[in-house]
Design a protein around this ligand. Structure first.
Ligand code: MOS
Length: 745
């Protein structure tokens, strides 16, 4: 049977039926002998000291095994601790149970371990804890005078500081024909994946652990555990085949992992620690951020001056930053720029990357500002983007490796029916509802890191590919299988992709939309190396017809190795394997960007987003009735999983624009809506007609696959497009997110 390429086909997720039938196991669902359950106790004060924790009564409860606090934490914990984790910002990583210091509300201060989860949770309520409270500060707006530059650290590799000023912003802005000056404010948000944080630790004998962890990086968790507890890397195995949503919250090892490992090592028992929904609000969040933009444009709409400043929250112990202000000059080629990003340390836990961190914050301000310019000059918003279109990244003066954004604008506008728009605010109506059309640009990095993969062909001709990478619901398992199938020219049924086990070849955390570009080329390289090994064995066969052939002269087709210029000269792979004394053929290979050339071009994913909103002013309802996102992200390996990624991003974009916000009461320093009842996210009834369009984009530079990644781009352009559509519908320009209806009053 002729094998057709599988890359480019909309193959359904290979693990889909396991998930929808409930047979996929998540970290908190693995059974183990005599499993103990830990429940984390959280500080009810925001800042101060623990004067005492009386555990004596709790320890008397039948079935309670141990209570760990800072006073009796095992000496194994914080073994000569320098290491943080792969996504740690500059600063000092938070160490649970280290001492009696309280740094933020909800801080984990004890672990109750019992025979059942319910008993541990009950016993936790019986602890007698005495605090000494201190004054605290949690209000970003009230503490702006304390804002400062963030410290630089390892994290700045993927999160570069803002580019240096160019030209003379003040002078150009002052003399501009059009000037904007807008202030934006975004609230705190929490990731809220479906699956809660859990670690099931299997104690396999002295200092050997097998851990089922909810994480976006198995090796990240493995390195953390090994370093914190002074264990050998090879004695720590972290497994995470199914992940019920991450959205960034699994980029750092979370404290339930520390707690479960600590208890397991101390008690020499199997231990599970699961956080509940309220406790998920204590593991990181998107920081509240204030922004100011000042753009200056000439009468033709050309933007010549850009000022963009962001001020975000961080904790007292780590300098969390995201890329908020770097985008404007990557997108619009102004000669005069001033970009600043400051942080305000407060008595909160460290913020953590969440769904297009920085991009979805910064692009909101940038693209709303562009809409303001379009209105001031009476230029169509799409036209204004084309007037300011650039083939190069002005902020680095580098050419883009590819950029099909123009076609995103044009094809997206066409599909949406943008030309039906009457630009006059409040001019379009449907019944008694106001209708608004808005558009915006989306942009995200096309990054790539080091990845490794192993390819094993067993004597029956089937292939197993291995990588430690996770699949957080993105489709990684499916597309890696497709990539391997094509590289080996085998049907996908012959390929097994084994993954999400720290014992497998290295993969970084799964985030930043860089997984396909990172692990895909490693899978490709391993498959190629496997073919080379098979070819070498074929040449060595007795009387081999390929003995004089070179690797580049042969092709692999349907189980045969044959000459490209004469397919009749061929050897069956079965015969090659038969000659290998029943052994498998194996190879492990790396792939990484070429350090000499990779930085020579700018690399980004782009989108154009078109949105229709309906605003019912009498009932106070804002709805996104329709949206089209046109994406240019290089080669699309699987149009179905890629479309799902972008659809998910669009829904989170609606959520960010209209629903999500965690409210912190500054009198208590505490999040007040730490539950899914009061933390609003869209439900099915909020989601209407969403369409995704992939624009053809050929990129030979980013990697051999030509892929750029399609996770976060789906969310970036939605909030500004919705904000702009609401202006068009109502004539009201709202600068703060989320836009609940009361902001329109
Ligand atoms: Mo994403 S916020 O990089 O998981």
């Amino acid at each position: 049977m002729e094998n057709t390429p599988s890359v480019g086909k909309p193959i359904s997720r290979l693990e889909g039926h396991l998930k929808v039938t409930g047979s996929a196991k998540y970290a908190g669902e693995y059974q183990a002998d005599d499993l103990l359950y830990g429940y984390v106790v959280n500080s009810t004060v925001t800042k101060g000291k623990i004067k005492s924790i009386d555990t004596s009564e709790v320890k008397k409860i039948a079935g309670v095994i141990e209570v760990f606090t800072h006073e009796n934490k095992p000496s194994t914990a914080w073994f000569d601790f320098q290491y943080a984790d792969m996504d740690a910002p500059p600063g000092t990583v938070f160490k649970p149970l280290k001492d009696n210091d309280i740094k933020y509300n909800g801080q984990p201060i004890a672990l109750v371990v019992a025979d059942t989860f319910e008993l541990a949770r009950y016993a936790a309520t019986k602890l007698d804890i005495d605090y000494e409270q201190e004054d605290f500060e949690t209000d970003l707006k009230a503490n702006l005078e304390k804002s400062r530059d963030p410290k630089k650290g390892l994290a700045s590799m993927l999160k570069p500081p803002p580019p240096k000023p160019t030209g003379n912003f003040d002078k150009e802005y002052e003399s501009s024909f059009i000037k904007t000056d807008s202030h934006f404010s975004h609230g705190t948000e929490h990731h809220n994946p479906m699956e809660m944080y859990a670690s099931t630790v299997i104690y396999e004998g002295k200092d050997r652990l097998k851990i089922y962890d909810k994480t976006q990086g198995t090796i990240n968790s493995q390195m953390y555990v090994a370093n914190v507890f002074g264990l050998k890397m090879k004695n720590v195995q972290v497994i995470a085949p199914f992940v019920g949503g991450g959205f960034g919250s699994g980029l750092r090892p979370q404290h339930q992992l520390f707690m479960a490992v600590m208890a397991s090592l101390a008690l020499k028992r199997n231990v599970r620690v699961t956080l509940d929904r309220a406790q998920m609000y204590m593991i990181g969040h998107r920081p509240p951020t204030l922004q100011q933009t000042k753009f200056g444009a000439d009468k033709d709409g050309k933007v010549n001056a850009i000022y963009h400043k962001a001020t975000g929250e961080t904790s007292r112990f780590e300098d969390y930053v995201e890329i908020v202000v770097n985008w404007a000059n990557m997108l619009y080629p102004a000669e005069n720029t001033l970009l600043e990003h400051e942080i305000v340390p407060l008595d909160v836990y460290s913020p953590l990357d969440m769904r297009a961190p920085g991009g979805s914050t910064g692009m909101h301000a940038i693209e709303v500002t562009m809409d303001e310019i379009a209105y001031k000059l009476n230029i169509d918003p799409v036209e204004l983007r084309l007037i300011n279109y650039s083939e190069t990244d002005k902020s680095s003066d580098k050419e883009f490796s590819s950029k099909e954004l123009r076609n995103c604008y044009l094809q997206g506008a066409e599909k949406f029916g943008w030309n039906q728009r009457n630009p006059e605010p409040r001019s379009m109506k449907r019944g008694n509802k106001l209708v608004g059309y808005g558009m915006a640009t989306g942009m995200w990095d096309a990054n790539r890191l080091l990845g490794r993969a192993e390819a094993i062909m067993t004597p029956d001709g089937k292939v197993e590919i291995k990588s430690a990478v996770t699949d957080i619901g993105t489709g990684t398992l499916t597309i890696m299988t497709q990539i391997a199938a094509d590289e080996l020219c085998l049907p996908i049924e012959d390929i097994t992709f084994s993954y999400a086990d720290s014992k497998m070849p290295f993969a970084p955390i799964q985030g930043g939309s860089f997984t396909t570009a990172t692990v895909g080329p490693a899978v490709q390289n391993a498959c190629q190396a496997l073919n080379e090994k098979l070819f070498k064995l074929a040449k060595k066969l007795k009387d081999s017809v390929l003995s004089d052939a070179k690797f580049k002269e042969v092709q692999f087709r349907d189980g045969w190795i044959s000459l490209k210029n004469n397919a009749e000269i061929k050897i069956s792979i079965k015969d090659v394997l038969a000659s290998n004394e029943g052994k498998s053929v194996k190879t492990t290979n790396s792939a990484m960007p070429n350090p000499l050339t990779y930085g020579k071009k700018a690399r980004a994913v782009h989108s154009a987003v078109f949105v229709e909103v309906e605003v019912d002013e009498e009932l106070g309802i804002i709805e996104v009735k329709r949206a089209v996102t046109a994406v240019a992200a290089g080669k699309i390996i699987n149009p179905k999983t890629a479309e799902s990624q972008v659809l998910g991003g669009m829904i989170w974009g609606i959520s960010k624009a209209l629903h999500e916000e965690t409210i912190l009461d500054h009198q208590f320093g505490k999040y007040m809506n730490a539950n899914l009842g009061e933390y609003h996210i869209p439900v099915h009834a909020d989601i209407h007609d969403l369409e995704v369009l992939f624009v053809e984009e050929n990129d030979q530079f980013v990697n051999d696959l030509g892929v750029k990644g399609v996770g976060e781009i789906g969310g970036v352009g939605m909030p500004p497009a919705i904000t702009n559509a609401i202006f068009h519908a109502t004539g009201k320009r709202i600068y703060d997110l989320p836009i609940h209806f009361d902001r329109l009053l």
